[in-house]
Ligand binder design. Sequence first.
Ligand SMILES: *Cc1c(COP(=O)(O)O)cnc(C)c1O
Length: 356
Amino acid sequence: MTALLEIDLGAVQANWRTLDALHPGETAAVVKADAYGLGAAQVGQALAAAGCRTFFTAHLAEAAALRAVLPKARIAVLNGLYRHDAADFLAHDLVPVLGALEEIAPWRDAARRLGRALPCFLHLETGMNRLGLTARELALLWQDASLLEGLAVDVVMTHLVAADTPQDETNERQATLFFELARRFPGARTSLANSSGMFLGAKFCADLARPGAALYGINPTPGSGNPMRQVVTLTAPILQIHELEPGETVGYSGVWRAARPSRIATVGVGYADGYHRILSNHATAYFDDTPIPLVGRVSMDLTTFDVTDVCANPGDRLTLLGARHDADALAAQAQTNGYEILTSLGHRYQRRYIGA
Ligand SMILES: *Cc1c(COP(=O)(O)O)cnc(C)c1O
């Protein structure tokens, strides 16, 4: 009687192919945070089978775990070399994304010790102001070529501030600055777009695109229809149904009160499972094709729905996430984005992988 999280790896592969068909360059896959909560090992293997050759994680440990299932892929670590030993990257054949002079130095030293060139990606600052080589650092690099000695700069990249807002002029400004800076690294490939960035035009796709969210079914073009296939279905069986008289309340603090004779269904999913408490009195689930309102507080392990208008019985399943109510739709009800919905999905669900 636990909830079931179904992950359609065939849809992930189809989404990668859809994105890859947008441009002639290479399409990588961002699988940080356990592939946005869906399972980096399973997703990584499915995407490699579909033809994906380059993967990005955020952390070194994520990359090392991915290496165990993807012996041949290029795996780059977005958060870079910070606080890590270059030897940890070398041991797992990982590529650091270097975004500061103090990260470049230890990788250069490792190359010198080994007596061979070491591959790296360079992250250039163009407006995000989180990670990336600033104009001042780049000036130092261009003044003194020895600072990059022994480094094979495979890719120069930057990250868009407002890719999901095509009319935002920041996109064009960042692209212009980025390609200007990239010209100073003539041997390197260019990388600019996340999922949404890939829909801003061919120029943005550059040599290497870095989609994450769209692979997992999140709409990369929020202003219009979702071109991606749905990946995630979350269903939960009804544990009990309680018959309420008008005036009775449901759950903690009695924040919902029955206005009519009501049938209230309880499912075993709560905020500990990433079904956020802010959804209290506020979310929608589906019973077959019929929307069912969430009533009362979401608690840690249980949530209640008003099934008065449908013919639901204990053991029947409610769909909390699916084609009719996807991560973006639930996110709108939870005042967040689809990314946070997916990465919050907990580890208490029964998981089933289909379609690969
Ligand atoms: C997370 C991330 C991506 C992927 O972004 P999506 O919006 O999920 O496609 C790409 N590049 C960088 C640097 C990232 O941190």
